[in-house]
Design a protein around this ligand. Structure first.
Ligand code: RM4
Ligand code: MN
Ligand code: MN
Length: 425
C-alpha cells in the first residue's frame, strides 16, 4: 500500500476550515509576543525522526504477544509502512535497521523501495543479545564483555558485518546496545568485563568509516539484573572518550532508573560535545518502551529545552533521532504517529522559551520567574502550529485521523492477511 498526495489532500479538505481558524488565532498571539511564526514552522518541518525496523510489528512482553494483523512480513513491507507514516506526517524520512532481524537480501531492491517512498537509512543496530541460528559460540554470558576471546571475536565480527550492511545502504552510524552484565554478585569481574568491552569496542571502532558515528547506548538493568557493563551515561561517555572522536553516547529515554534527571545528562553530554543520538520512548518504571510523551511530557519538554540551548551554545554535532518503542496494545503505526507528534510538539514548545528572560531570571536568582518562563512556553497549545507545519510539507493536518479514515490498517490486513508477523522482539 502506498498513500498518494491527493488522498492526503482530500483528507485535509474536510479539516481545513477548523484548522485555519485555530492556526490563525495561535499565529496572531505568537506574533504579538514577538515570535517569527514562519521560522518556528520551518524548524518544526525540518525535524525528522527515524523509525526502527522492529517497531512496525506488534510488540510483546515475555508473557505474550497479541498480534494485530497486517504486520509487515518482510523488510520491503516495513519500508512501505515507514513510507506510509512519512506520507502522513512528513517527519519520518528514515528507517533504522536492526541486524539480524532485518538483513537485506537484495540491496538494490531495498534501496529502490526506500527511495520510491522518500526514505533513507539511519543508524544500523547490532544485536549480540540473542544467539543467531547455528552460532558457533553463545552470548549467554556476554558478548563484547565475555571473558572468552572466541566469543568476543564473534561479537566484534558481527558488528563489523553490521557496518558493512550499513555502508551498502548509506547509513552513517552504528548503534551498539550491549546487554552484557551479570545477574548475580560474583558472577563476573566488573573490571575485567569493562576492560574486555573497551578492547572489543576498539576493534569495532577501527573499521567505523571516517564519516560515521559509533553510538553507544547504556541501560541500568535488563536482561541482566545485578550489573550491566555499560550501565549509565558515565560509562558510555567514558568509553566514547577513550575510543575517539567518532564515538558518542546515545540517550535512550527508557534506560534510566525512575526519576533520573535526563535533561541534566543531555546538558552535560552536549557541553562535552559527546551526545550522538536519541532513542525516544516513555516510561513509568523501567525500559517500558511506551509512546513518547504518554507518561512524562514535561520531562520531554525540558529535554528539548536543553537540546535547543545546546545546539545554539555548544559544538555538539547534529544528532541521530530515532524512536525506540514497542507497541503491545495499540496499532504500531498509530503509536509511531503519536510518538512523532509528541516529539515535534515538545521541540516546538522548547523553541518558545524566552531564553534571554530565562537567563536574566537565572542571573538574579529569580526562581519563581524562571518557572513562569518555562511553563508559559509549555502551556501554550502549539498543536495548530504542528498541524500547519505538516500541512505545508504536504502531510496530513491530523495524521491519526487520516490514517483511520484512509483505512490504512484495514487495507494492510487485506493485502497481507491477519496472520502476517513482523520480525523483531
Ligand atoms: C534495547 C535497546 C536497543 C534496542 C533493543 C531492541 O533495550 O533499547 O536500542 O535495539 O532494546
Ligand atoms: Mn534503545
Ligand atoms: Mn530499550
Amino acid at each position: 500500500m502506498k498513500l498518494t498526495l491527493s488522498q492526503i489532500q482530500d483528507q485535509n479538505k474536510s479539516q481545513s476550515a477548523d484548522h485555519s481558524r485555530n492556526f490563525d488565532f495561535l499565529a496572531e498571539s505568537l506574533d504579538k509576543k514577538g515570535f517569527d511564526v514562519e521560522t518556528l514552522i520551518s524548524k518544526v518541518q525540518d525535524l525528522q525522526i527515524a523509525i526502527p525496523s522492529w517497531a512496525l510489528g506488534t510488540g510483546g512482553t515475555r508473557f505474550g504477544r497479541f498480534s494485530g494483523g497486517g504486520e509487515p512480513a518482510s523488510l520491503i513491507q516495513k519500508i512501505q509502512d515507514v513510507g506510509i507514516l512519512h506520507a502522513l506526517n512528513q517527519s519520518s524520512n528514515a528507517v533504522s535497521l536492526h541486524i539480524p532481524w532485518d538483513i537485506p537480501s537484495d540491496y538494490q531492491a531495498i534501496k529502490d523501495s526506500a527511495s520510491e517512498v522518500g526514505i533513507g537509512f539511519d543508524a544500523v543496530n547490532s544485536n549480540t543479545f540473542q544467539n543467531q541460528a547455528n552460532q558457533e559460540h553463545s552470548y549467554k554470558f556476554g558478548s563484547l564483555a565475555n571473558s572468552e576471546t572466541a566469543v568476543r571475536d564473534l561479537a566484534v565480527e558481527h558488528n563489523k558485518q553490521v557496518i558493512e550492511i550499513g555502508e551498502k545502504l548509506g547509513s552513517k552510524a552504528l548503534t551498539i546496545w550491549l546487554a552484557d552484565g551479570s545477574s548475580f554478585p560474583g558472577q563476573h569481574s566488573h573490571r575485567k568485563a569493562l576492560e574486555n568491552t573497551h578492547l572489543s569496542l576498539q576493534e569495532i571502532y577501527k573499521i567505523v568509516p571516517e564519516d560515521w558515528k559509533l553510538l553507544i547506548e547504556y541501560k541500568p538493568y535488563e536482561p541482566n539484573f545485578y550489573s550491566t557493563v555499560i550501565q549509565d551515561w558515565g560509562t558510555s561517555f567514558l568509553l566514547a572518550n577513550k575510543l575517539g572522536n567518532k564515538a558518542y553516547t546515545l540517550v535512550d529515554l527508557g534506560h534510566h532508573l525512575p526519576n533520573t534527571n535526563i535533561e541534566q545528562i543531555v546538558a552535560t553530554l552536549m557541553t562535552e560535545g559527546k551526545l550522538g543520538g536519541f532513542h525516544f520512548n516513555d516510561s513509568k518504571y523501567g525500559d517500558d518502551d511506551l509512546t513518547v510523551g504518554s507518561i512524562k511530557p514535561y520531562q520531554l519538554f525540558l529535554i528539548f529545552h536543553e537540546l535547543v540551548k545546546g545546539f545554539s551554545e555548544t559544538n555538539n554535532p547534529p544528532l541521530s533521532w530515532m524512536i525506540d518503542a514497542s507497541h503491545n496494545l495499540k496499532d504500531p503505526m498509530e503509536d509511531l504517529i503519536q510518538s512523532v507528534q509528541a516529539i515535534k510538539l515538545a521541540y516546538a514548545q522548547a523553541l518558545l522559551i524566552d531564553s534571554k528572560s530565562l537567563e536574566s531570571a537565572q542571573d538574579i536568582h529569580d526562581v519563581a520567574g524562571a518557572q513562569e518562563i518555562l511553563q508559559d512556553a509549555y502551556r501554550t497549545d502549539l498543536r495548530p502550529l504542528l498541524a500547519e507545519a505538516m500541512r505545508r510539507s504536504c502531510g496530513a493536518i491530523d495524521p491519526i485521523k487520516a490514517f483511520r479514515s484512509l483505512k490504512v490498517r484495514e487495507t494492510l490486513i487485506k493485502e497481507r492477511g491477519l496472520k502476517s508477523i513482523a520480525s523483531g522482539l
